[in-house]
Design a protein around this ligand. Structure first.
Ligand code: ZN
Length: 390
């Protein structure tokens, strides 16, 4: 047993203890008795649930290796082309680099990850296997699910659909998509394939949608309608959904209602200056919002740290959140929102949930997001306990 004594668990009374028994939260409250428990005084510290990176690309990462100068042009097609041409020469995917990144993510308190893994005829399932090998090296310290991701096209890249099918048959949890109209050129056929694969394998769906303006908005509505027709509430996600950040309030609100009714999640990264969906508008309509890093130190871009508190800060900043209660919304996206998007059965600061806990030197959730201070303690269920600096 472990007793975190006197901290401020998010959502509970200040000065509450957290009792952990066999990797599960047994109780939260002031003055808990716990004879024989290993006690850690966390007075004045904020206790958070494990952080959830709901959208990243582990297989692409160059993390931990030598610096790779970026030379690609500014267009999306330039980045895709540069990656495709040079990835083999840079040894992508590399289980060692993926494991190095996961080590950093875990040390930052991330307990759950959803990673989009490139699949194409030239790559086969090499990315899926590399991610699995890396996750195995972490030995239970983080839970990772994958999305079979047609990065280089689906309808426009013959042979990819069959490989997605193979990946799902081999246990990959979700099927992905990418700009069904703007990149793949056939939105109806693209979504036919994705929704059919999900139905046949009982998989989740997570579609990259960078298409903006009316083209993007139309596809968001299309995905909502298909989700509703297929009865897949909670199992479908639109990642990025830039168009939502470009519409006026009435248009965004109407789409948000459709997404909420269908049960479609929205996952944002808030990277660079790309449009950010209106998080509070979406939540007010009942849409679940999560967040993630997107690429971390890869051939698409040199940025990204793996720290989900820092990512929540970017989400809050790009959303122009200043009030503490608003900044806390960004933290919700990096924790409970992510857990809902991933469909985690048990999660959070509540008795019965796995003891995935992060202790930080901050007094409030907003302070933790803005300062994203060093993690003092990270617990991941039973048997693993990171205590840097103690
Ligand atoms: Zn992505």
């Amino acid at each position: 047993m472990i007793l975190l004594r006197g901290g401020d668990p998010w959502g509970h009374a200040p000065g509450s203890d957290v009792l952990v028994r066999e990797g599960t939260i047994a109780a939260i409250g002031p003055g808990l008795a716990a004879d024989g428990a290993e006690t850690v005084d966390v007075t004045g510290r904020l206790v958070l649930p494990g952080l959830v990176d709901a959208h990243c690309h582990l297989d692409k990462t160059l993390y931990g290796g030598p610096w790779v100068p970026h030379t690609a042009g500014d267009a999306l097609a330039d980045r895709i082309g540069a990656e495709r041409r040079t990835r083999a020469a840079h040894g992508v995917p590399d289980p060692g680099r993926i494991a190095a990144l996961l080590e950093t993510m875990v040390a930052g308190g991330t307990s759950h990850v959803r990673s989009h893994t490139d699949i194409s005829p030239e790559l086969g399932l090499s990315g899926v296997e590399a991610v699995r090998e890396a996750v195995g090296r972490l030995a239970g310290r983080v839970e990772v699910e994958q999305v079979a991701f047609p990065q280089y096209g689906l309808v426009s890249n013959p042979g990819t659909a069959e490989l997605l099918d193979e990946a799902l048959a081999a246990g990959v949890e979700n099927v992905g998509g990418i700009d069904p109209a703007g990149f793949d050129g056939d939105p109806v056929r693209h979504l036919d394939i994705v929704f059919d694969l999900a139905a046949r394998h009982g998989a989740g769906i997570d579609i990259h949608l960078h298409d903006g303006g009316s083209l993007g908005a139309w596809q968001i509505g299309l995905i909502a309608d298909r989700t509703k027709a297929a009865g897949l509430a909670g199992k479908v996600t639109i990642s990025h959904a830039y168009a939502l950040g470009q519409l006026d309030d009435a248009q965004a609100g109407a789409l948000a209602e459709r997404l909420a009714e269908a049960g479609v999640n929205v996952i944002i990264a808030a990277v660079y200056s790309f449009p950010v969906p209106p998080i509070k508008r979406l939540r007010a309509a009942g849409v679940n919002v999560a967040c993630g890093h997107d690429g971390i130190r890869d051939l698409w871009g040199p940025y990204g740290s793996g720290d989900m508190l820092e990512r929540a800060m970017h989400v809050a900043y790009r959303s122009t959140f200043r009030r503490d209660s608003d900044i806390e919304v960004a933290l919700d996206a990096a924790t409970y929102g992510g857990a809902r998007a991933l469909g985690l059965a048990a999660y959070g600061l509540a008795p019965g949930a796995p003891a995935d806990l992060v202790v930080v030197p901050a007094r409030t959730p907003a302070e933790a997001v803005v300062t994203h201070p060093p993690r003092e303690l990270v617990l991941k269920g039973a048997g693993w306990w990171l205590a840097p600096g103690r």
